[in-house]
Design a protein around this ligand. Structure first.
Ligand code: ADP
Length: 475
């Protein structure tokens, strides 16, 4: 449990913001410290070289004027040489034209020969200087030029220690480290506080959602702090609205179902009670009431059958039993089955097929959907009317249109006829055995096949339903 809490913290936005702030705060400081120390070092070394060169240039001129390369007895020169080498904590070697050391301020290498690259370069007229960081010293060569002939007759090889520069750098680095430590602490504390403040609106969104789920379903959440939280809130509110609509429609459906199922029951109860309450009831009355009771039971049965079909349709589309079906044959069968009902009203049933059609559909469900349309065409028709069914197809879809010469649907009801239990004229529909579920079943089946249904109607003239279904089923 503890490990999990730790892991979620590392995965949190807050932790990431904190890390980001720490990186942004510390890395530039570290870089600045490095750059300052390095530039101080190179500047200090440069200055040292210039100072040494200036002093040695003057010293070299004096040296040549007094012919020091030939005889090194001059007290003043010797003193000055040892003074300069002491000031810079270094060593000065005077080398004559043949490469022999004529003076060493350490006094150990006099008489020896030096023919290093730097010395040769200096004899050729090129000043050299190099900084040995590891051993902390600077080595410079200064030419000793004859004042008259301007000929280089010797070289002064000066090594000076950079001990104090190294000490100053160490001091700077120490101070820098202390400062860095303070900055680090400050940045971590700031990062901790800032990250908490920055992610607060998100926590607020979570809390608001939690409060809503705890019960106040009628409210909306609003966290306008950031564009992002505002977006999450509005998306959540949209979802909430949809949930409410769904919840309302579910409640309405349950209320409707109960009401519809209760109506036949009430009739049965009234009929049975009136029989039970009378004495010496004639057999004819018994038979009549029993027939009425049987009609109500049939009705109850019809409602339950339709409800079951609707529930089945509400399940996932994957439950479709899709196969290649000859649509012309299927339509002919539907009309054949409905012929007896049409004959009762003397309604003419006509099927017009423009081409043979084979499509990938669930035959049972599609057949139910189309049967409902044709059956409605007959049920809501006039005596001696007609129902025309046309079948057509293109390369993508097949089209079924069911037109009738019936009573039509009022314009204001057109949008609602696909709702469950909706009937334009409740009592008329009941009389002819309608449950108000037929078109809901039809539309569900068509939507499951990724098809579409449209309706056009004119009162007292007739209604046309147009259906479009893809020839190939797309899962
Ligand atoms: P019902 O079982 O009542 O027929 P439906 O869902 O099939 O239920 O139809 C809903 C309502 O739409 C019907 O009650 C009826 O008022 C109207 N309706 C459907 N089809 C037609 C049609 N072809 N002509 C006129 N009215 C129709």
């Amino acid at each position: 449990m503890k490990v999990k809490v730790k892991l979620t913290f590392f995965k949190s936005l807050r932790f990431r913001i904190m890390v980001l702030l720490v990186i942004i705060g510390i890395v530039p400081c570290l870089l600045t410290e490095r750059v300052i120390v390095r530039s101080y070092e190179s500047r200090a070394v440069e200055l040292r070289k210039i100072n040494v060169k200036n002093q040695c240039d003057i010293l070299g001129n004096q040296l040549m004027e007094e012919g020091y390369l030939e005889h090194q007895q001059s007290e003043t020169i010797n003193k000055e040489l040892s003074l300069v080498s002491t000031i810079y904590n270094g060593r000065i070697l005077i080398i004559n034209e043949s490469g022999r050391i004529v003076k060493d301020t350490y006094g150990i290498d006099e008489g020896k020969y030096v023919l290093s690259e730097e010395v040769i370069k200096c004899f050729e007229g090129e000043d050299t200087s190099s900084y040995d960081k590891k051993n902390s010293y600077i080595e410079q060569t200064i030419p000793l030029t004859d004042p008259k002939s301007k000929h280089i007759e010797g070289v002064m090889l000066v090594s000076t220690s950079t001990g104090e520069i190294v000490d100053s750098i160490a001091f700077l680095e120490h101070r820098g480290s202390l400062l860095m430590l303070a900055i680090c602490l400050l940045v971590v504390v700031l990062g901790f506080v800032l990250s908490k403040v920055l992610v607060k609106p998100f926590a607020r969104v979570g809390k608001a959602i939690e409060e809503l789920t705890d019960g106040y379903l009628d409210e909306e959440i609003s966290v306008p702090d950031y564009t992002e939280t505002q977006m999450i809130s509005s998306v959540f509110n949209k979802m909430l609205k949809r949930m409410k609509v769904l919840d309302d429609s579910r409640q309405e459906f349950v209320a409707n179902v109960s009401h519809e199922l209760k109506t036949p029951m009430t009739s049965i109860k009234v009929l049975a009670d009136s029989l039970a309450g009378q004495e010496n009831v004639p057999v004819e009355l018994y038979q009549e009431f029993m027939q009425d009771i049987a009609v109500e039971i049939d009705r109850e049965n019809q409602i339950i059958t339709d409800l079951l079909s609707l529930v089945k349709m509400d399940k996932k589309a994957s439950e479709l039993n899709v196969e290649k079906v000859n649509i012309n044959e299927m339509m002919e069968n539907i009309l054949k089955r409905l012929k007896p009902i049409a004959d009762k009203k003397n309604v003419e049933l006509v099927l017009e097929s423009y081409r043979p059609i084979v499509a990938e559909i669930d035959e049972v469900k599609m057949s139910l959907a189309l049967t409902n349309l044709v059956e409605n065409g007959i049920k809501y028709n006039i005596q001696d009317g007609w129902v025309h069914v046309t079948l057509n197809a293109d390369h993508k879809y097949f089209y079924v249109s069911v037109a009738d010469s019936g009573i039509g649907i009022p314009q204001e009801s057109l949008d609602r006829i696909f709702e469950r239990f909706y009937r334009v004229d409740k009592s008329h529909s009941r009389e002819i055995g309608g449950t108000g579920l037929g078109l809901a079943i039809t539309r569900n089946a068509i939507v499951m096949h990724r098809g579409a249904i449209k309706v056009k109607s004119e009162e007292h003239k007739g209604t046309t339903f147009s259906v479009r279904i893809p020839l190939n089923y797309i899962a």
